[in-house]
Design a protein around this ligand. Structure first.
Ligand SMILES: *[C@@H]1O[C@H](CO)[C@@H](O)[C@H](O)[C@H]1NC(C)=O
Ligand SMILES: *[C@@H]1O[C@H](CO)[C@@H](O)[C@H](O)[C@H]1NC(C)=O
Ligand SMILES: *[C@@H]1O[C@H](CO)[C@@H](O)[C@H](O)[C@H]1NC(C)=O
Ligand SMILES: *[C@@H]1O[C@H](CO)[C@@H](O)[C@H](O)[C@H]1NC(C)=O
Ligand SMILES: CC(=O)N[C@H]1CO[C@H](CO)[C@@H](O)[C@@H]1O
Length: 369
């Protein structure tokens, strides 16, 4: 049942005016964050804004804005429209969120070298900035996590030179989505090209990354992007799709890399059923109770971190505790990547031998490992 607005409003206004800290990454490492553009001159200077989360050991962390101010304001207005409410003080929620990171340039910060890489692709009309906390959590497990915008459809992109891209599309056709996913998959392959390019990395103040252990993860259309990119680019060694319908046909020969599908509570996914026989490697299809499609966006995590009731709007955000959701996503993603890179997908969690660890997770299908 939807809480009445008169109850909600005073609660939110009293608690959200001060800056608050998002959760520290839970893994073995602290995390540094580098943001900047990667520019593809072969595609008319197509410019991807990326956030690169790297595992590190550091003496102290600093709290930085979770999003630049203009982005925070845009996302707040965007989600107020999407959720059809003005009752929520979502602008303060977004503006006041702080992310704990190591100072990347500090002499007391030691980056972990030669880490595997995970590329993250957001949903249609979303932004990479909706997924900072989970990206940071995954990085703390020992991965370099790169979240990217896609100029095809990211709702708002703020570049360091001050220019912006606004994509305000509210609807699209299946044919357009097929083309969008193709461009997004090319974005992922371009990022992998750039990772080993010392010039491109130096422009971000980074050293090149090894690209022999790269995986891709995405939410919604980003999940479809992950699957197409994996079908096309053999450098990608594992794919994880968070609740994304597939729009593009898979190659007849299928996909050989390990593929994991993570479903929200919505009814059985027809395009996944069709794709399943073409997944030739280890494959796992899980479902998370209490999670709905938009629930992967970190709004509930922000509500919880700022001390507010996070069970507002269950119809938009689901009922699962955001901390529990993140623990599930991080554990399964970490195990899936480590198994893929070791060419030995398995272990108690992925074998379904730890049913009590995450009771919200059920295995729908599992094969080839
Ligand atoms: C948005 O909310 C208003 C008032 O609560 C309602 O009248 C309207 O139908 C809603 N619009 C949509 C698209 O749900
Ligand atoms: C470290 O980087 C931050 C921003 O990333 C900058 O404000 C600060 O001046 C830098 N410190 C040094 C010592 O370079
Ligand atoms: C985006 O679309 C919404 C509703 O369709 C409109 O209210 C809003 O002003 C638009 N924003 C921009 C920046 O064009
Ligand atoms: C490396 O990146 C730079 C800067 O983006 C670009 O000019 C150059 O063509 C790239 N080199 C290769 C081999 O892709
Ligand atoms: C695992 C790790 O390095 N944790 C450190 C992260 O940073 C804080 C300081 O802000 C340390 O207290 C932790 O030990």
């Amino acid at each position: 049942m939807q809480p009445s607005l008169s109850i909600l409003l005073p609660l939110l206004l009293t608690t959200s005016a001060v800056a608050y800290l998002l959760p520290s990454p839970p893994g073995h490492y602290n995390v540094t964050l580098t943001t900047g553009p990667l520019i593809d001159s072969s595609r008319k200077n197509w410019a991807l804004m990326v956030s690169i989360f790297q595992p590190a050991k550091c003496a102290s962390t600093v709290a930085i804005p979770n999003m630049p101010e203009k982005s925070a304001k845009y996302q707040a207005a965007f989600l107020s429209r999407a959720f059809n409410t003005t009752a929520w003080d979502i602008e303060s929620l977004f503006l006041q969120a702080q992310l704990p990171v190591c100072e990347g340039n500090s002499s007391t910060t030691a980056l972990v070298k030669n880490t595997p890489v995970l590329i993250f692709s957001h949903g249609f009309g979303g932004t990479r900035l909706w997924h900072n906390v989970v990206a940071s959590a995954l990085a703390s497990e020992g991965f370099t996590v790169i979240t990217t915008d896609h100029p095809t459809d990211t709702n708002f992109i703020e570049y360091p030179d001050g220019h912006e891209i606004i994509n305000n599309a509210t609807s699209t056709t299946p044919e357009e989505l097929v083309e969008t996913v193709k461009t997004r998959a090319a974005d992922a392959s371009f990022i992998i090209d750039q990772l080993s390019n010392a010039t491109a990395m130096a422009a971000l103040g980074l050293s090149p990354f090894p690209t022999d252990r790269v995986a891709i993860l995405g939410h919604s259309l980003g999940g479809a992007t992950a699957i197409l990119a994996t079908a096309q680019d053999p450098r990608i060694r594992a794919a994880i799709n968070w609740d994304g319908s597939l729009w593009n046909p898979l190659p007849t020969a299928g996909i050989s890399q390990p593929v994991s599908f993570v479903a929200s509570e919505h009814p059985s996914e027809v395009t996944w059923e069709e794709a399943w026989p073409r997944l030739n490697g280890p494959k796992l299809w899980t479902k998370i109770a209490g999670l709905i499609h938009q629930g992967f966006i970190e709004v509930k995590m922000m509500l919880k971190a700022s001390g507010q009731d996070f069970n507002v709007f269950p119809e938009f955000l689901g009922t699962i505790d955001p901390g529990e959701m993140q623990d599930i996503l991080v554990a399964y993603t970490t195990e899936w990547m480590n198994g893929a890179f070791a060419e030995k997908v398995g272990g108690p969690l992925l074998e379904g031998e730890q049913p009590d660890r995450f009771p919200a997770v059920s295995v729908v299908r599992k094969e080839n490992y």
